[in-house]
Design a protein around this ligand. Structure first.
Ligand code: PMP
Length: 465
């Protein structure tokens, strides 16, 4: 770090932040009021896998910007330069017009998503999901007299922060106190075998968990269900990799009842799990794929709702009906910085073979975390795919009683004190905020992983003995 962040102004920045910024996801009593207990945390600079805070302290970032976003790491000048050039040429134009980087990025993205053909630009994961929900609803009106409008979502999955996305949210602590919710969203059971709901194992468990979706469809009436929205690997709900057998059966069920399959790749998309998209591990053919975080690794706000030609065709109409098209706009879907950054982000992943690195380093990290599990009884299960991993903490391995959130947070805080930023499932499923989460940038090396795992080891020893 060049030290320039430590100039005299930083204390004024901290005070301005304390006085006026409402931070995400935190109780502000920690640093506001008569006797603040500490200062707000401000991240000032980043390079590669590392960031520096307002005190100049260096942190190894094992969560890619806090929430699984900065897939290509910090300090990528070529992304900054591409965005700069594009902003000077044309920063923005919205409405029904397109843009050069928008067209170019869509072509390169679609080439990685066989079976899908259309990219609808927006600027957050929530909004991308809302677009898919709206398309499903409009299709229901166009084709099924409005009847086939229900959208199924899964316990423990998260799809965003707007009221409709919360209505499709399987994480009750996140949803609580924000009702009333949008009608027409129906919950199906989760598929975490570690917290089994059926007395089966492996592939049979996966099929049973998928069959549970069919039961919901039959109870609701298949002619009322328009879509099923799932995360390929559940993120904040506990890093849940569905068991074998799950996805093929899910696909079969969707086809059987003419239900559109919407895969929420906001976290897994663009390399996180070692394939371009999480669903590509399972050979499934979605109708909608939504993505956000990794699309431009956070260098610009961009999200996409990608659809099949089948979906697109349902909105094409040559009759001149003024209600026929998708009557939707996203103001900042017209920002060109997003696709300009996304193009460079994609090139970096290709040129540096970051998918290959993600597979290799993901396997290495899984092994290292499993070795930690042998040492610490508090780790009930380690799971993950690519560089997206979780370690579920339990007070007792037999009863699987979840470790209280306070202790889980103590592990996170201890790592932070050591200069390693890890995450934990945060206020998602009541009583089950007990999974440590790891999602380092796709550039992670063995040294980085050793550093992250040994910090966790030391933290677990201090907190649990
Ligand atoms: N879907 C998933 C799976 C997510 O994890 C998130 C955000 N954490 C979202 C959707 C919402 O994305 P955003 O915060 O960009 O609206």
């Amino acid at each position: 770090m060049d030290g320039k962040i430590l100039d005299n102004d930083i204390s004024r920045v901290v005070e301005a932040d304390r006085a006026h910024v409402w931070h995400h996801l935190i109780q502000h009593a920690a640093w506001t009021g008569e006797a603040p207990k500490g200062d707000p945390r401000i991240i000032v600079e980043g390079r590669g896998m590392r960031v520096w805070d307002q005190k100049g302290k260096e942190h190894l970032d094992a969560v890619s910007g806090g929430v699984w976003t900065v897939n290509v790491g910090y300090g990528r000048e070529r992304i900054a330069n591409a965005v700069r050039d594009q902003l000077i040429k044309l920063p923005y134009f919205a409405g029904s017009a397109g843009s050069i980087p928008g067209a170019q990025f869509s072509e390169r993205l679609i080439a990685k998503m066989p079976g899908l053909t259309r990219v609808y630009y927006t600027n957050s994961g929530s909004e991308a999901n809302e677009k898919a929900f709206k398309m499903v609803r409009q299709i229901a009106h166009k084709r099924h007299g409005g009847k086939k409008h229900k959208i199924l979502y899964r316990e423990r999955d998260y799809h965003g922060t707007t009221i409709a996305c919360l209505s499709a949210g399987g994480q009750d602590e996140r949803n609580a106190e924000y009702g009333p919710y949008t009608p027409g969203f129906v919950r199906v059971p989760h598929c975490l075998e570690y917290r089994a709901q059926w007395d089966l194992e492996g592939e049979e468990y996966g099929i049973a968990a998928a069959n549970a979706i069919e039961e919901v469809i039959l109870a609701e009436g298949p002619d009322t269900v328009g879509a099923l929205c799932l995360e390929p690997v559940t993120a904040g709900g506990g890093v849940i990799v569905p068991p074998k057998g799950y996805w093929p059966r899910v696909q079969e069920i969707c086809r059987k009842y003419d239900i559109l399959l919407h895969i929420d790749e906001v976290v897994c998309g663009v390399g996180r799990t070692g394939t371009w998209f999480g669903y590509q591990h399972y050979g499934i053919e979605p109708d909608f794929v939504t993505m956000a975080k990794g699309v431009a690794s956070g260098y610009a706000a961009i999200a996409c709702c990608v659809t099949s030609e089948r979906v697109f065709e349902m909105f094409r109409d040559e009759s001149g009906d003024p209600m026929s098209y998708f009557r939707d706009i996203s103001t900042f879907g017209g920002c060109t910085a997003g696709p300009a950054a996304a193009l460079e982000n994609l090139s970096i992943i290709e040129e540096e073979d970051l998918l290959g690195n993600t597979v290799a380093m993901g396997e290495y990290m899984l092994d290292q975390l499993r070795a930690l599990q042998d040492k610490h009884a508090v780790i009930g299960q380690v799971r993950g795919k690519g560089l997206f991993l979780g370690a579920e903490l339990v007070s007792d391995r037999t009863s699987k009683e979840p470790t209280p959130e306070k202790q889980v947070q103590a592990v996170v805080a201890d790592c932070m004190a050591q200069g390693v930023i890890i995450g934990a499932t945060n206020r998602s499923v009541p009583g089950f905020n007990n999974t440590l989460c790891y999602s380092p940038a796709l550039i992670a090396t063995k040294d980085d992983i050793n550093h992250i795992v040994s910090a966790t080891d030391a933290a677990l020893t201090r907190v649990f003995g």
